[in-house]
Structure formats: structure tokens, C-alpha cells
Design a protein around this ligand. Structure first.
Ligand code: AMP
Length: 294
């Protein structure tokens, strides 16, 4: 049975009880509307820990667009049913006020001193295109880590820059261990995302162009291209005339994050894309050097 815990305080008590019983604890933070990509993270946590907990919270602090926050899909009852199928121990949600008692300035903001600095990996790309996004991510993840005090926390490579920000945060805090899991994709290559539910049939048909562009850049890498600007040109050329509006299509050294494109030639590379299909913003990335399976 997956316990449906009523609020963050109940989750804190549940986690304390697991620790008191000597159980290792795995944690998967999510914004819900769960899909197979999320469930793969939970399955990995279940396999690697004695107890696993999932949070479902559409965190207003990490949205730079109120319309996007309102439209974000929510289905806690459906999420709880899915978590049951993969043996998750407990799930919880809460309001911003419940997560940050006495520190909210409004339903979507905290008082200025309550935010956590996301550090240098928040610069560039997502950080540049979504003002305050990683500050919101770092703030909620730090709070969640305080509440659950897990041994391992699981994040998806789909949000590549987020894994850097969270990894950095966990290092600064002295834990937990951050486990990064491969991106789950639809058969046509589209990275699974809760936002895919919002795509019209026509937009859904165009969306796999993002993965096709990433794969084309990987082909160039495989045939010896190491220049980040050249690789990014391939991404942009493949995304032109697809009906998707590009926020960015860039290449970075995954181990030495830079806000701007690094000077080539690269020894390691990750290609990252953010594009909008109508109002729906999609992000994806691919290691060009084949260092992971995603
Ligand atoms: P979200 O609910 O979008 O905040 O995602 C919660 C966690 O699931 C994050 O660590 C995401 O990176 C991860 N995730 C989302 N989509 C995928 C996917 N397609 N494959 C693997 N992990 C994912």
C-alpha cells in the first residue's frame, strides 16, 4: 500500500519513523501528472532503498509564467494509483504555506530571505530563459531534503541543468546522494513530460523534431565534429521550419558548466534544446559523447 500522507509535516514524521526503524530512504521529488519516466525513477529508488517516498508538488516558486503554472496538469489521485503499482511506500503533497510556514509573502512567493541561492550552474540556458526558475528549484529541493532527510534522491537526466543545480546543492549540504536516471522517451523519441498532455494532436506530431535534432548532432559528433558552434548549428538547422519556436539550442561541456558556449574543441558534450509548441514549452537534451544511455 502506498500511504497517502496528508501534508509535509506528516511526511516528516513518516520519514523519521523509517529512519528510527533502521530503513534506508529513497526520495523522488516530482510535480505530479506522473508518467513512465517518473515511475522509472521510483522503481530505481524502490530497488535501492528499504523505503521510498515521492512528493507531488507543483512548486509555484519555479514558474516564471503564471499561465504555465495554472495550466500545469494535476492528478494526485491518479498519481497515487500509479505509485501503488511500483511499490512506493508513501506519497505526499502540500501547499506553499505548509512547506514554508510563516515565510510566504503570497500564494506563489516567499519573503525575500527565504530563498536558496542555486549557485553558478543555474547560469545560462534554462536559468537565462526562465527568471528565478533555479532559485525556486533550489529552494524547494533544499526544504524537501530538510523534511525527508533521505539517503538518496532521484532526478531525471531530462532536466540536465537541474541535475547540476541539485547536485551542487546536495554537495553544499553534505547530502543526500543524488542519483541521475536516464530520460524516458516515447517510441518516436519525444522525451516523456507531464506537459506533453497539453499538446494538441498537431503539436504532438511536430514535437519529436527536438529529439531528431539532438540525434543529428550526435551523428555529427560521431563523425568527428567537436566544435560546439558547429554542433549547435546542426541543432538549429534541424529545428528550423518545424513549427517549433526555439528558446535555445546549444552545446555544453557537461562536466564544466558555462553560461555561454564553451570554446572548442570539446572532449565531452551535451546538446540541450528548449522549444515551444504553441504555449507548451518542451526541453530535452542528449549526451553527444554517448556517456549515458539517454
Ligand atoms: P517533474 O515532475 O517534471 O518535476 O519531474 C520530476 C522528476 O522526474 C525530475 O527529476 C525529472 O527530471 C524527472 N523526469 C521527468 N521526465 C522524465 C523523463 N522523461 N525521463 C526521466 N526522468 C524524467
Amino acid at each position: 500500500m502506498t500511504a497517502l500522507l496528508e501534508d509535509p509535516a506528516a511526511a516528516e514524521r513518516w520519514c523519521a519513523a523509517q529512519r528510527a526503524a533502521g530503513r534506508s530512504l529513497g526520495f523522488v521529488p516530482t510535480m505530479g501528472a506522473l508518467h513512465a519516466g517518473h515511475l522509472a525513477l521510483v522503481e530505481r529508488a524502490v530497488a535501492e532503498n528499504d523505503a521510498t517516498l515521492v512528493s507531488v508538488f507543483v512548486n509555484p516558486l519555479q514558474f516564471d509564467d503564471a499561465g504555465d503554472f495554472r495550466a500545469y496538469p494535476r492528478d494526485l489521485a491518479g498519481d497515487a494509483r500509479l505509485l501503488e503499482t511500483v511499490g512506493c511506500g508513501a506519497v505526499f503533497s502540500g501547499t506553499l504555506e505548509q512547506f514554508f510556514p510563516g515565510r510566504c509573502a503570497s500564494a506563489t512567493e516567499l519573503e525575500p530571505g527565504a530563498y536558496v541561492d542555486p549557485g553558478p550552474t543555474a547560469e545560462g540556458l534554462e536559468g537565462a530563459h526562465r527568471a528565478g526558475h533555479f532559485r525556486g528549484v533550489a529552494t524547494i529541493v533544499d526544504r524537501l531534503f530538510d523534511l525527508v532527510r533521505c539517503d538518496r534522491a532521484y532526478f531525471g537526466a531530462k532536466d540536465f541543468q537541474q541535475t547540476l543545480v541539485v547536485g551542487d546543492l546536495a554537495r553544499r549540504r553534505g547530502g543526500p546522494a543524488v542519483v541521475v536516471c536516464p530520460t524516458h522517451r516515447e517510441p518516436d523519441g519525444l522525451a516523456m513530460s507531464s506537459r506533453n498532455l497539453l499538446l494538441t494532436p498537431a503539436q504532438r506530431e511536430r514535437a519529436p523534431a527536438i529529439h531528431a535534432a539532438l540525434a543529428a548532432a550526435r551523428e555529427r559528433w560521431r563523425s568527428g565534429e567537436r566544435d560546439p558552434d558547429e554542433l549547435a548549428s546542426t541543432l538549429r538547422a534541424r529545428l528550423a521550419d518545424t513549427g517549433l519556436a526555439l528558446d535555445y539550442a546549444e552545446v555544453r561541456d557537461p562536466r564544466a558548466w558555462t553560461a555561454h558556449a564553451p570554446a572548442g574543441p570539446l572532449e565531452r558534450a551535451v546538446a540541450l534544446v528548449a522549444a515551444r509548441a504553441g504555449d507548451v514549452r518542451l526541453i530535452d537534451n542528449l549526451r553527444l559523447d554517448g556517456e549515458d544511455a539517454a
